[in-house]
Structures are given as C-alpha cells and as structure tokens.
Design a protein around this ligand. Structure first.
Ligand code: BJW
Length: 241
C-alpha cells in the first residue's frame, strides 16, 4: 500500500475505539534531541552501561551528572515538533479514548500540551535522593554543584529508569491496561529493543489491537504491524489528523 492510502486507512481507524500512542526517542529527533541508537545516536561513542546504570552512578556520580547536565541543557533548548503537537491534538479531540505512553524522559510531550502522559522511563526534570528517597521537580539548567545534594545531605540522581531498574509500577500497570484495551496502537520512533517497554507492542497485538509503526527504519516490532508507515513522526503524524 502506498503511504497516502495507508495514512487514510489509519486515520479512519482512529475514529473506531481506544487509541494508544507509544513513543520513543525518534519522536524527539526532529526537535534535535538525539536518539540513543543509530548513526547520530547519543550512545554511538559510549556504552550505555557506563552511564545509564545505578552502578555507574554510584561509582562516579559527578561524571554521570556531567552527562545529564549537558543533556538537560540540550533538551531545555529544544521545542516540541509537529509530531508531538499532532499527538496532543489527537488527544484534544478524543480525550477519553486516547492514552500516550512514552519511553522519553525529555518532557516534550507535556510541553506540547499532552496530558496524563504515562512515563515509563521517568523524567529528567525530576530528581530523587538516593539516601532519603525524597523526589521533586528541578528545572535548573546547568547545576552549580555536581552532583546536586538533597537537604538531608544525600546525593540527588535524575528520577529516570536505568538498566537493571524496575519501571514505576503504577505507570507500568496503566500502560499494560491501555495496551490491552487499544483498538489501534501507534508505535512511534522506537527501536523496540528495550524491555519491558517493547513488550507492550506484543501485549496490544495479542489483545486484538491493530498495530501501526511510524519509523523511517525497520524494527523488530514490524512483524506485529498491521500498517507500516515508513517516514518521520514529524511528517506522518500531522497527516493522521
Ligand atoms: C525516528 C525518527 C523520526 C529516528 N521519526 N522515528 C535481554 C532480553 C530482554 C531484556 C533484557 C535483556 N538483558 C537485559 C534486559 C533488560 C533491559 C533491556 O531491555 N535491555 C536491552 C537493551 C536488551 N531492560 C531493563 O533493564 C529495564 N528494566 C528491567 O528490565 O527491570 C527488570 C529487572 C530488574 C532487575 C534486574 C533485571 C531486570 C529498564 C530499562 C531502562 C531503559 N532506560 C533507558 C535510559 C534512560 C536514561 C537516559 O535517557 O539516559 O531509556 S535506555 C534508552 O533506551 C532509554 C529509552 O527510553 C530506551 C528506548 O530507546 P528508544 O526510545 O527506542 O530509542 P532508540 O534510539 O533505540 O530508537 C530510536 C528509533 O527512532 C529508531 O528506531 C529510529 O529509526 C527512529 N527514528 N528518527 C520517527 N524523525
């Protein structure tokens, strides 16, 4: 099927029942936030295990914080793109039928006015104390002291999910319920390699929802797709409205 006729078919299905959008780093690529994997990916020069684990943080919190402090500056300078805005618009038109599940920690969906976002991998703008567990929002771009410290004297970490850590239970439960009740499940800008998040595509498929993939490149989830939309989120998603 040509892209335009696939877009028409998907657009019609958006009227038919519950809609879930499941996003990854690719949706923010057109906002100039690099993806993780791939030629321009954040991790092309680093092994993720050296930065994105609790062990790495405990062994050198300052080094890990230098990375996230840089990333926060980059995200702060970014703006939501037409892909983020299109999802917010779909939600605005059908609020009770729409759920947005994201693996992204950048907050760009929320800045595009998406509401009740299910954040599977946390939020780079929230910090948590590794000693007392207190958590709160922090919008400071470029911290004065790295690592930042809690009132209790403990070290603060970004409230994000690193490898080997559990996903927030309430968010995961919401995501699974949404996947199970989706009529249409849009998989946007994710390599679908990181679990358990990637497993949502199969949960949705096995629950009878029609899976749509929006990605310029192939992914392992493609075999579950009813429709493949090869293109960028910023180009394809506005055309679904
Ligand atoms: C565009 C585009 C455009 C480009 N438009 N598209 C073996 C098998 C199965 C699982 C495991 C295993 N070994 C270990 C595990 C578990 C592990 C895992 O899945 N590892 C895999 C790598 C194998 N998972 C975990 O550890 C998770 N926790 C867990 O399992 O808990 C249970 C447990 C507890 C204790 C012990 C053991 C298990 C936690 C995973 C946490 C992931 N965290 C990260 C980092 C966050 C912090 C940070 O940002 O620094 O989250 S990893 C990183 O990957 C980030 C992302 O959310 C996540 C997914 O990446 P995403 O979004 O898909 O991005 P990319 O870059 O991969 O893909 C971008 C895509 O966009 C590409 O397809 C492009 O083509 C496309 N694209 N431009 C549309 N314009």
């Amino acid at each position: 099927m040509r892209v335009e006729s696939t877009i028409n078919a998907v657009r019609q299905r958006l009227c038919a029942g519950n809609i879930v959008a499941f996003t990854g780093a690719g949706i923010s690529a057109e906002s100039h936030v690099p993806t993780f994997r791939g030629t321009d990916g954040l991790w092309r020069n680093y092994s993720p295990e050296s930065l994105a684990t609790a062990e790495a943080f405990l062994s050198d919190p300052r080094l890990v914080w230098e990375w996230y402090d840089w990333l926060r500056g980059l995200i702060h300078a970014a703006e939501p793109n037409p892909g983020h805005l299109a999802l917010a618009e779909i939600q605005k038109r059908s609020p009770e039928r729409f759920t947005l599940i994201t693996q992204n920690i950048d907050g760009l969906h929320q800045r595009a006015a998406s509401r009740d976002v299910v954040k599977l991998h946390g939020d780079i703008w929230r910090l948590r104390c590794i000693t007392c567990g207190r958590e709160g929002r922090n919008d400071q771009v470029h911290m004065k002291h790295l690592p930042p410290l809690c009132r209790c004297g403990g070290t603060l970490r970004p409230a994000i999910v690193w490898f080997g850590e559990m996903l927030p239970e309430d968010e995961w439960i919401r995501a699974v319920k949404a996947a199970q009740s989706a009529k249409i499940f849009l998989v946007i800008g994710t390599s679908a390699l990181v679990y358990p998040a990637a497993g949502l595509v199969r949960i949705a498929h096995e629950s009878g929802s029609q899976v749509v993939i929006v990605n310029p490149d192939p992914t392992p989830a493609d075999e579950l797709a009813r429709w493949l939309l090869r293109g960028t989120a910023g180009d394809i998603l506005p055309r679904l409205i």
